[in-house]
Design a protein around this ligand. Sequence first.
Ligand code: SF4
Ligand code: SF4
Length: 391
Amino acid sequence: MRDCLLERGSGRADNGIEMGAVANEFRDLSRMVVGHWSRHAARPAPLRNLTLSLTYRCNARCVMCNIWENPSDPKAEVTLDQARDVANSRWTRGLVSLSLTGGEPLLREDLAEVAATFSRAIPNCYISLVTNGLMPSLTLRRIEQILSKTTNEIWMNVSIDSLDESYNDVRGIPGGERKIQETAEGLVERARTEARLKVGILYTLMPENIHQALPVLQYAQRLGVQFTLNVINGGDVFYQQKPDTTMAWYREHLAEIKALFAELAAAGYDRPLARKLMDVFPQYLEERPRRPVACFSGFTSCFIGPFGDVYTCVPASEAYRMGSLKENRFDEIWTSERARTVREAVNRHECNCLLTCETTNSLKFSPSFLLERARDRLVNGKRPPVLIPPG
Ligand code: SF4
Ligand code: SF4
């Protein structure tokens, strides 16, 4: 699953200028200082965000991703023991978010056990999952399993790129637009009686579905769940493809995309992270290959692929592989000489992607962004989006 959670609109009480909200801002400030020190010294830092891909198996047939053409052998996929090793690492103790992804992560029979492993070791991090939404019954079954085995806040994000038949053009499944809505609405219904469960909708901007961005945002607003806009940026390891054609299309249609972003903001998609991403994306297209946001991947976040390989980030190339859980413990990999070499390469800007999830992880270390977000939350009293409709 290539989509990423853009921003957690916490369901916790951090509205207005409550002390909890102030404490959150200070916590983020201290993480920012540690992150910058780590980057400056090319040294490992405690992880803030971890993405764990559990499988390359997938039931969708998306145009922007080749994962489904090369499904992984379940026996070769990352094991529970390896997940436990990561969960119990001293470097993941302060994890803020764990993203369990794929392929389609719901296809992992032991998904709830993986979530439970992290829940036991890191009870305060939130666990997010991304599904293509094409299996409504399985989604609800897996959510029940996960809720029964964990105590953490669980975010279930459904990829909805389109509400009409153009869905098939992007995801390759005729009639899939009805199934994904059934999934989203089933989750919303369940979230009404389970405060720990949060629901999000992820929209990936493609040439085929640009006309659907506003309808999908409005659909999310009607459901009362979080909307997140993703832009594509390929990776030759994870996506097994470089979606250069889409990037070229983005460039050609920059004026149209800017107009769309303005329309989305006017319609209510104006959280600080969303604003920032919509701000830097056109800049990135115009100035590529210079990434307009300093990258903290490999310092405060990392990605573990379905076969247990540890990389800096989701779109990493082989050159950014730090090690394998099949050969070493996570602690050893994270503090290895190889990891230091990789971090130095990131610092030299040898790569310059603008993948949404990695960029938003990095933005949380940007002083200007943190200031803007604190102003929004503490001074302007902006509340996080409503996540669940009143019952
Ligand atoms: S084929 Fe589609 S749903 Fe499956 S992993 Fe790739 S992007 Fe995600
Ligand atoms: S810019 Fe950062 S997130 Fe993107 S490929 Fe390089 S290390 Fe990964």
